[in-house]
Design a protein around this ligand. Structure first.
Ligand code: GTP
Ligand code: MG
Length: 374
């Protein structure tokens, strides 16, 4: 009953029909330009393209209201303001990532970690020469590939930590690949130079073998020899970070609906779903309705890296948020939407789609099983 053709939807949205068809394909539906699609599907496409579709009283799709949800693509140049850099520390297990962050923050997180192994993405902030930097720690253990990938995707600069007594190891290579795939500049921190077996030159050779030629070898990759433990050359490393950040000219529009990425999320016994998000554009405030993956809700409280409650979080801020209906997945995008109702609608649609996909997947498996039995 309530349908619209691909052609009509594209006209209403001011998007090309092929863009709509592409979106449909992403959802696993092949469609032609004259094909009719249901309200629900149209609503989903609108959402993907940055609009929300509102069912009006008559429920007539011809009279739909399409409200701009957010301008995902272009911010007006004049609305852009400088924002702090997000810096992610990556590298092989035990090469000293958390220790390096401890040295930068003058904190002592490393000693509090179970088994001395980082198992999540920790977010914090420091002020260096009056300039804020957002720091993300990542685990080096091989089991945490997806966290490293996520860290690389949300960051502006990657600090690649390589222990000078150990050299390039499998997760060093993996981290290099994540940073390259995300097109993120790499600053190499050759760590543990205080150790007797340290050989920075061997590390530089191995970096060259990975296509990273350091500056003192005639390349353009910045490397700094440091000791996190003895706090050697930390200032130097930070200067390089600020330098690279300056070149990047990082900007965002703080005056729009908030948008960003879920860094990690979990179900807390007392507090319910808790998500650590990185705000990348706009400003998130307590009370804002948001959608994050299949979760929705109003932001009930926000907690900053110091464990303090905050009322708002602008671009390049990592905060824990409470108030979501479900636990989103790390890597999910979150967006602020006009109302609770819109948030719930979008999340419900996504849950429905997820269920359908799971059903599809499980029916595929049972078919395969069938073949195996034959
Ligand atoms: P994962 O998070 O598990 O991947 O490890 P990590 O890279 O965060 O390493 P972490 O900072 O936990 O340090 C591992 C060990 O190396 C600890 O025992 C540190 O004390 C030691 N370490 C780190 N940096 C240095 C350094 O500059 N010199 C020396 N001698 N030891 C260091
Ligand atoms: Mg660590």
């Amino acid at each position: 009953d309530n349908k619209i053709t691909v052609q009509d939807l594209s006209t209403k949205l001011g998007k090309s029909a092929s863009e709509i068809i592409m979106q449909l394909m992403k959802m696993g539906t092949m469609a032609t330009i004259n094909q009719e699609i249901s309200f629900d599907i149209a609503a989903l496409i609108c959402n993907e393209l940055g609009y929300t579709l509102i069912k009006n009283e008559s429920s007539e799709i011809e009279e739909l209201e399409i409200e701009a949800l957010m301008d995902i693509e272009e911010d007006d140049e004049k609305d852009l303001m400088p924002r702090p850099p997000v810096v992610t520390v990556m590298g092989h297990v035990d090469h000293g990532k958390t220790s390096l962050l401890d040295a930068i923050r003058d904190s002592n997180v490393t000693s509090g970690e179970a088994g001395g192994i980082t198992q999540h993405i920790g977010a914090s902030e420091v002020m260096i020469n009056g300039q804020k930097i957002v720091l993300l720690d990542t685990p080096g253990h091989e089991a945490f590939t997806s966290m490293r990938a996520r860290g690389a995707q949300v960051t502006d600069i990657a600090i690649l930590v390589v222990a000078a007594d150990d050299g390039i190891m499998p997760q060093t290579v993996e981290a290099i690949n994540h940073a390259k795939a995300a097109n993120v500049p790499i600053i190499v921190a050759i760590n543990k130079i205080d150790k007797p077996g340290a050989s920075p030159d061997k590390v530089k050779q191995e970096l060259a073998d990975q296509g990273l030629l350091v500056e003192d070898w005639g390349g353009d990759v910045i490397s700094v020899e440091v000791s996190a433990k003895k706090r050697i050359n930390i200032e130097n490393l930070l200067e390089m970070v600020l330098l690279v950040a300056e070149v990047e000219e990082l900007k965002a529009n703080p005056n729009k609906r908030a948008v960003g990425t879920v860094i990690e999320a979990e179900l807390d016994k007392g507090r319910g779903p808790v998500a650590t998000v990185l705000v990348q554009g706009g400003t998130l405030r307590v009370g804002d309705p948001i959608v994050a993956g299949v979760a929705s809700g109003k932001v009930r409280a926000m907690i900053n890296y110091k464990g303090k409650r905050v009322k708002q979080a602008g671009p390049s801020t990592a905060v824990e948020i409470l108030g979501l209906s479900d636990v989103p997945s790390g890597g999910d995008q979150f967006v602020e939407v006009p109302s609770d109702k819109t948030a719930r609608l979008i999340a419900e649609k996504r849950q429905e789609m997820q269920r359908e996909e799971m059903l599809k997947a499980s029916s595929k498996i049972s078919l395969d099983d069938l073949f195996e039995q034959m």
